[in-house]
Design a protein around this ligand. Structure first.
Ligand SMILES: O=C(CO)[C@H](O)[C@H](O)COP(=O)(O)O
Length: 223
């Protein structure tokens, strides 16, 4: 069974005519976006606001009309993937490098819906190295402050050069092992001057669509 396809396509049920939809980034939400493309061809009227240049390209290829923040004042539903999800629906995101735009769009959405295959469910966040987006200037100092907070930062690479985000920044993938207080860490990281944002999304996900042990769709709502 293709878990990513199952949960990704299920998310399209939450999309109704006339909505503004935040379009996430990654291989799970790819299936949501592809299904929305098919529904648009059949007459569904939506506007998408993409979280990355990669998603923008995909949405254009599928004929999904796009909007920017200049034209809209709210997002009805943002749909996105995650790298880890804990029982409180706190997330690690940013494996695909799009965490900043993803967080801006998730925050602006009335409903933030996450699609995650069952391998993403964890008791405690942190086995997946936490992506932290930093400005290139002074990144050597920023790295030291990340270490002070207990992280082991590795500068993400792309063909031998630092990986650049869509915003022209770099990413430190920070191993923290176990993140027991994700809300505190999210805030502390963002107090470091060179940090633009980090991949902890705490108290943001309203709904997580995943699969249970029987491989049936499981809808988890934030309490
Ligand atoms: O945060 C992300 C991109 O920045 C993705 O949503 C996350 O990495 C999950 O990706 P996938 O669905 O491919 O496993």
């Amino acid at each position: 069974m293709n878990e990513k396809k199952a949960v990704g396509e299920k998310a399209a049920d939450y999309v109704k005519d006339g909505m503004v939809i935040g379009l996430g980034t990654g291989s799970t939400v790819f299936y949501t976006i592809t299904k929305l493309g098919r529904l648009v061809q059949q007459g569904l009227s939506i506007k998408g606001i993409p979280t990355s240049l990669q998603t923008e390209k995909l949405a254009r290829e599928l004929g999904i009309p796009l909007a920017s923040f200049k034209e809209i004042d709210h997002i009805d539903v943002a749909i996105d993937g995650a790298d880890e999800v804990n029982p409180d629906l706190a997330l690690i995101k940013g494996g695909g490098g799009a965490l900043l735009r993803e967080k801006i769009i998730a925050k602006a959405a009335n409903t933030f819906l996450v699609v995650a295959d069952s391998h993403k469910l964890v008791d405690t966040l942190g086995a997946f190295p936490l992506p932290v987006e930093v400005v290139p200037f002074g990144m050597e100092m920023t790295r030291k402050y990340l270490e002070v907070l207990g992280g082991s930062p590795k500068l993400r690479q792309n063909n031998g050069s630092p990986y650049q985000t869509d915003n022209g920044n770099y990413i430190f993938d920070c191993s923290f092992q176990k993140i027991t207080h994700p809300g505190e860490l999210e805030r502390d990281l963002n107090l470091i001057p060179g940090v633009v944002d980090n991949g902890l999304f705490v108290g943001m996900a309203d709904i997580v669509i995943t699969l249970n042990r029987q491989k049936e769709i499981d809808i988890n709502m934030r309490k």
